[in-house]
Every structure is written in structure tokens, then in C-alpha cells.
Design a protein around this ligand. Structure first.
Ligand code: 13P
Length: 248
């Protein structure tokens, strides 16, 4: 089944109002490649302004709370993301799992809350370096999926992002064979667990840039990219979108 390529920028804790021009340039260029779905996930503080600056663009959050509202100082509910114009949210990023102690159960609850609020979800998984080196990466990632995949969902609104932790922000990337093996194993697991595997897009993330994007995006079962550092400027991000467009 043909799945549309999906290229998503995760700005992490980067970006002030002055950066909105980059977002406008990114979405303007993306508009010239209608075969590719492009989204940006800026910090919460910029979502509303980015939606206003780029009407109709897909803008998302980088996290949400699993609860609908309440005494959770500093947190943001999925309905609040919708309220500010977001259409998607990233959940389970390794920087949340590792840095904030989020468990698979937490990630599952967040994904379910986001879907219930009407958002699309990018659910992140990925192994640490020592697990990759010990040969256990596929088992590790499939266990994350078993624990964090929502019970039921519209497959058109769920994407998985495979982001090996050791590849994030390091300039290191797995071999294309390792990426294809992992994505194939994830696809098989999705088929077993949800029956909707053919529709769900599986993105690769970790040191994607304009030079390596074409090769990574062409690997088996890779339907797009989740990009950190290279998503902050149009100059670095647009070539990744173009690489996706060239692959159809
Ligand atoms: P980098 O592209 O900076 O390695 O970050 C990847 C990532 O964590 C995207 O969510």
C-alpha cells in the first residue's frame, strides 16, 4: 500500500517569535510539494502564533498530559493543543521517557488522550546505545510498542517514529539495512497488535539531514522522517522535504 511521505520537524526547546519567518518559509516550500505531508512541532509557546503565521499548516505539540484538566502545574492537555490550533502531537519522545521518567503506560495514556481530543499522534520509540550494541534493539523497540500503542485508534491518525537514542543529535545514523530491519519488524508487530499495519506511517528520526535523507527515506518501510536540529531553518529542512518529494 502506498503511504504518503510525512516529514515532521521537532523544534524541541528552540524557537522564539522571531523564528516564525523560518516556519513560514518551510510551509511555503512544502506547499510546492503536495505529495509530501509536512508538519512542525514548535514549543507550546509558539503553536498559536505559528498557526496564525501559516494558515492551514500542520502544527503540533511535543507532548501533552493524559488528563483532560486539573492540578498539573506546567502541563498542557490535548484539548488545549486543539484549542490553540494544533492538529498533531508527539508523545513518548526519548527526551521525555529518559528525562522525565515517562513509562510505556504514560505514553499510551497520552496517546489515547490526544486521539480522543481529535489530534493526530506521532508515538516515538527507540533503543539506547547499549541495547543496540548488545543486539537487543528490535526486541526492546517492539516491547515499547506493545506497552505504548493505544488500545484502539484510527490508523490514519497514528504514526510511529523510530528514533534510536544514540542517533539523536549525534550525527550518527544506523545503516540503511538496520533501519529497514527495524521498520519491517515494527510493521509486523503493528499487524499482530492492531491489524491496521498497512496504513500506519513509520518515520525514522535521528540526525536526519539534507545529505542523508534520500537514502534513509528510501529504506524499506520508512514513510518519512522526524527531524530535530535540521528542522529549525528552511535552509536545512526544505532539502529533506525535497528528498521525500523526489521519492513520491
Ligand atoms: P536530531 O534530528 O537533532 O538528531 O533529533 C531527532 C529527534 O529527536 C527528533 O524528534
Amino acid at each position: 500500500m502506498a503511504r504518503r511521505k510525512y516529514v515532521v520537524g521537532n523544534w524541541k526547546m528552540n524557537g522564539l517569535v522571531a523564528a516564525l519567518g523560518e516556519a513560514q518559509a518551510i510551509f511555503a516550500a512544502a506547499g510546492t510539494h503536495p505529495s509530501v505531508d509536512v508538519a512542525l512541532c514548535p514549543p507550546f509557546t509558539l503553536i498559536g502564533a505559528m498557526v496564525t503565521a501559516a494558515p492551514g499548516a500542520a502544527v503540533g505539540g511535543q507532548d501533552c498530559h493524559a488528563a483532560a484538566s486539573g492540578a498539573f502545574t506546567g502541563s498542557v492537555a490535548a484539548s488545549m493543543l486543539v484549542d490553540t490550533g494544533a492538529s498533531l502531537v508527539i508523545v513518548g519522545h526519548s527526551e521525555r521517557r529518559e528525562g522525565f521518567g515517562e513509562t510505556d503506560a504514560d505514553v499510551k495514556a497520552k496517546a489515547e488522550a490526544a486521539l480522543a481530543a481529535g489530534l493526530s499522534v506521532i508515538l516515538c520509540v527507540g533503543e539506547p546505545r547499549e541495547v543496540r550494541e548488545s543486539g537487543g534493539a528490535i526486541d526492546y523497540v517492539l516491547a515499547q510498542i506493545a506497552g505504548s500503542l493505544p488500545e484502539s485508534f484510527d490508523p490514519a491518525r497514528l504514526a510511529i517514529a523510530y528514533e534510536p537514542i544514540w542517533a539523536i543529535g549525534t550525527g550518527l545514523v544506523p545503516t540503511v539495512v538496520d533501519v529497514a530491519d527495524m521498520h519491517g519488524a515494527i510493521r509486523t508487530k503493528l499487524r499482530e497488535q492492531s491489524g491496521a499495519a498497512a496504513t500506519i506511517r513509520i518515520l525514522y528520526g535521528g540526525s536526519v539531514n539534507g545529505e542523508n535523507a534520500a537514502e534513509l527515506l528510501d529504506a524499506g518501510d520508512v514513510d518519512g522522517a522526524l527531524v530535530g536540529g535540521a528542522s529549525l531553518t528552511a535552509g536545512k529542512f526544505v532539502p529533506i522535504v525535497e528528498a521525500a518529494a523526489a521519492l513520491g
